[in-house]
Design a protein around this ligand. Structure first.
Ligand SMILES: [Zn+2]
Length: 354
């Protein structure tokens, strides 16, 4: 088997290309980042010691962010604990909560879900985060796989609609994560570094099955607002995401951690943003452990993608996802402003203080 090459070689080649890349890109409108992580999902139980809330907020403000949503699988006392950690931000970081899906097969699960949702609402929570663990880790919870569109899960989506809590859901992962780790896999380098990210094994639903389950729950719950993370789970297939957005007015998407995919299909992506300006929310997958320099560069690259025609530059996930460079799509102001903050304000009631 070939040894995966690192990205370093490709970077050296790009330095020979003469062009004038901007050094800093200032966002043309206030930015609400709808997809970021400040808690146990990425940092474990001791997340409080991983970062200083005020320092992170200062870094984000310097990068042009006006408000940011924390997407974590927390409820009850754990939600309160995260609120306390984020309290010094004075509303700059907005914590979204979740429900305990590991209890989905308990007879009293429905009662538990309503209680957890109402408790979150009483604490000011504006949306519910649900994660890929519902299908990809369900064996861990129940000793068997449970489908996303199974009745025990479906009642969560129904309850969120009844409680007027939008659902931000991460379903599956890139389709390449469901294919063998082999040189033919275009995320071979990424998967070789992180074989634990692979879902190519017996007993796990395929990527196609995940997409069918995702469509089923969105279609079955027209009164629930869905924000499907990572470009509707399928940035590699924008024609398919278009079909879903056309069919399901309750579906929205965020663009978190898929700039690599969007930026290598700039003509198709630009038309997609122009055709669905009210359905796409800005999000990044920012991690609170980023240092000041990483934070600035991370957001600059996003702004460069959305606001310029710059060509063939590194994307923010260069060492994690696609090993290619991207092209800017220079969105017009009216589309950019909806993407950066107006859609988040309308759908989630989040304001962007100036
Ligand atoms: Zn995320």
């Amino acid at each position: 088997m070939d040894t995966p090459t690192t990205h370093a070689g490709a970077s050296r080649v790009v330095t020979e290309l003469c062009r004038d890349l901007h050094t800093r890109i200032v966002p043309r409108f206030p930015v609400i980042d709808m997809h970021a992580h400040f808690g146990p999902l990425l940092f474990g139980e001791a997340y409080e010691s991983v970062y200083d809330t005020l320092e992170v907020v200062e870094n984000l403000k310097a990068a042009g962010v006006k408000r940011i949503a924390s997407l974590e699988l927390v409820w009850g006392a754990e939600y309160e604990r995260l609120m306390r950690k984020l309290e010094p931000s004075r509303g700059f970081v907005v914590p979204f909560g979740s429900v305990d899906v590991s209890k989905a097969l308990d007879p009293k699960f429905e009662t538990l879900v309503y209680a957890q949702l109402r408790d979150l609402k009483a604490k000011g929570c504006k949306a519910v985060k649900l994660w890929k663990d519902m299908t990809l880790h369900s064996e861990r919870y129940f000793g068997k796989n449970v489908a996303l569109d199974a009745p025990c899960y479906d009642m969560i989506f129904k309850a969120c609609g009844e409680e007027n809590l939008p659902v931000i859901i991460h379903v599956a992962d890139p389709p390449c994560f469901f294919k063998p780790i082999a040189p033919e896999n275009e995320l071979y380098v990424c998967l070789s570094m992180h074989p634990e990210w692979s879902f190519c094994r017996p007993g796990v639903a395929t990527f196609g099955e995940h997409m069918r389950m995702q469509e089923n729950v969105i279609g079955a719950n027209p009164n629930t607002t869905f924000i499907v993370a990572h470009v509707g789970s399928y940035a590699e297939n924008l024609p398919q995401v278009r079909r879903w957005l056309d069919a399901y007015p309750n579906m929205h998407i965020d663009v978190a951690a898929r700039i690599d995919q969007l930026g290598r299909q700039p003509y198709t992506a630009r038309k997609f943003f122009l055709d669905y300006p009210d359905r796409i929310l800005f999000g990044t997958d920012f991690e609170a452990r980023f240092c000041a320099k990483r934070t600035t560069e991370f957001y600059d690259t996003h702004y460069r993608f959305f606001q310029t025609w710059d060509e063939y530059f590194e994307h923010p996930f260069q060492d994690m996802l696609g090993q290619w460079h991207i092209y800017g799509i220079n969105l017009p102001d009216a589309v950019l402003e909806k993407l950066y903050h107006q859609n988040a304000e309308r759908i989630l009631g989040l304001s962007a203080p100036t």
